[in-house]
Design a protein around this ligand. Sequence first.
Ligand SMILES: Cc1cc2nc3c(=O)[nH]c(=O)nc-3n(C[C@H](O)[C@H](O)[C@H](O)COP(=O)(O)OP(=O)(O)OC[C@H]3O[C@@H](n4cnc5c(N)ncnc54)[C@H](O)[C@@H]3O)c2cc1C
Length: 390
Amino acid sequence: MTTNNFSNTYQVVIVGGGPVGLYLGLCLEQAGISYIILEKRSAPRPGSRSLGIHPVSLELFEELNIASSFIRDGVTIQKGHTFLNKKKLGVLSFKSCPKPFNFILALPQYRTELLLEQALTEKNTSALLRNATVHTIREHAHHVDVHFEYKGKKHTAKAEYLVGCDGKNSSIRRQSGISFKGQYYPDTYIMGDFTDNTQFGSDAAIFLCDKGLIESFPLPNNRRRWVVKTDDYVDQVSREQLTSSVLSRIGHSMNNTEHTMLSSFGVQKLLADPMVKGRIILIGDAAHIVSPIGGQGMNLGWLDARDLAETLPQALYNNLQKDTILNQYQKRRVHAAKVAIRRAEMNMKLGRKINTPFFRKILVSLMLKSPISQLMANIFTMRGIERWPI
Ligand SMILES: Cc1cc2nc3c(=O)[nH]c(=O)nc-3n(C[C@H](O)[C@H](O)[C@H](O)COP(=O)(O)OP(=O)(O)OC[C@H]3O[C@@H](n4cnc5c(N)ncnc54)[C@H](O)[C@@H]3O)c2cc1C
């Protein structure tokens, strides 16, 4: 392994260079901890996928002096218009949230990952090893061996801690014998990115329709994401299905627009138990899955990463206390994930078909009124799930 520009011993090996692994790398760089990120892909996965970057994350990015490049490339959403079917109920504004990040930023995930990677490689050109697929791990009393393949050859990296940032289907979790339990919700959605032919500009719009929720978010380059609740899981989404649902539920025609993405998703809540096992730590989607309605998953992963980067130095340099320190860290992360899960459940409930539309109208109208609207704005911008909730 010494013939390449990587060594074989680190304090931390990060498996997975998605948004969470890349951000963790930046935090460990700042903390002066030696690390490497092993990522099997040759480049960030194309596509818009997750969009919403919350103020809590922008504050973390600002600490690393990288927030401005994200804001430059994204769309700042300062308010969301709320409708009951076609009738406008009111506006939820984020303007009174703490400044300067009193907005949610919409940026396609591909771009987010590129910006994180750029920031990382500017600081450390050998931090990220792409085309490196981790196959097996072996935990020993004082270190972990990470066996991976790179350029057709097998290598082993040694680390005091291994952090699995390898996503929902984490092989690190599976190999460590960590359970991933939770629940599949009945909710299913289709979504697509289209040319923006609405009047909403940089605002979001939420339509609570009798036939199911529609959400609409701005994207850079005059595009807009549409998310539409469906009765059943749709395997092959057609443009016709999405546009006709929007037309019939809210009367908005998407004729003469182009689309760049169509997909569908079901939703789950899943938690790794435990998130820390010996020298193996799981964060991001490897540790928890939260419903995408509310757009919290990636942000929650960044909060994990920041907390871990502040916890690891204590664990690395305090052998006697390390288990207690990591146990407290784990409690904080489980708590944060549970809060995010509850908030996502609330969002989904509001968007379901209901038999009592009158009560929903009253409830939502109340939510849009001050001071409850401030509480809602805080909830929708992930306030209260910051770094040290316990
Ligand atoms: C429809 C939808 C919309 C969403 N919208 C939002 C949103 O608006 N806001 C939000 O916060 N979240 C959102 N999310 C959730 C968000 O996409 C995830 O939480 C986020 O991608 C998790 O990042 P991660 O880095 O933990 O995992 P991933 O993004 O899955 O990255 C894991 C990385 O690990 C690599 N890897 C895996 N196995 C190995 C291996 N063996 N060796 C080396 N590398 C490996 C993979 O190649 C990948 O790059 C959404 C999710 C969905 C489905």
